[in-house]
Write a protein that binds this ligand. Sequence first.
Ligand code: SER
Length: 314
Amino acid sequence: MKRILVTGARGQIGSELITKLRGVYGNDNIIATDIRTAEGELKEGPFEILDVTDEKRIFEIAKKHQVDTIMHLAALLSATAEKMPKIAWDINMGGLVNTLEVARELKLQFFTPSSIGAFGPSTPKVQTPQDTLQRPTTMYGVNKVAGELLCDYYYERFGVDTRGVRFPGLISYVAPPGGGTTDYAVEIYYEAIKQKAYTSYIAEGTYMDMMYMPDALEAIVQLMEADSTKLVHRNAFNISAISAEPMDFAKAIQNHIPEFEIAFNVDPVRQRIADSWPDSIDSSAAEAEWGFKAKYDINSMTKEMLEKIAEKIK
Ligand code: SER
């Protein structure tokens, strides 16, 4: 049975992961933490305020709740990190090394997400292989590559059971993403319901990988439950469900809202980031080593997103 400390529980992934993990392992076994106070469903189980740059406090909470696993999610996303690179380094790398240290001292299993942002302009763009060139040109990407290496280092050097995935853009109707490059793929659904129109800050024809949140959450649980002896890779597995550009979302939405219109007003900062990332990544190592398989494609995801958002903002 797992007892899991989750950092960044109020973030885009965290708010839904907590609910999922409570369903799998029981309410009392999931210790949600965030720098912000608990809200909504988070209040229904154990919760602690935590700044991940405070290693002593991470240690105290892990010890107090006798956890056996840390899922470290607290981090700044790509566009925010580009606006404040030094703060991003301090939070993203500081938080990671602190949580890894606690995992080492207390012998805990460890998960942290990497990203498609760990790739750069010199990486093969189509069906990007699991093992390939990683020379990202963003602070977020630098953090993610260093993070993957650091997690591998803690496994090789100290035997910490570290595992991770390279998430694509995650799409959900529960908590909004904050400060990412792929956020347009969430905003487009809200605007489709509210305005029947959306102005995209990412240019037409810019492909990036995407995934619906239920597939992302299932992947985390599956990877953490996977037989350790079958894992050739650890940090971090390519996983993807959808490779799409803004027009693909527009067309999928038009199947439900025919009058939906898309326009473009490109943001140079986020476009530069998007252009440096792959068009599509190859998930075959994750499929072979721990059985990763996404259930949702762009059409099944679009149907559900539009239904749920319509209900939510009624
Ligand atoms: N969704 C993230 C971002 O855009 C990618 O990891 O920053």
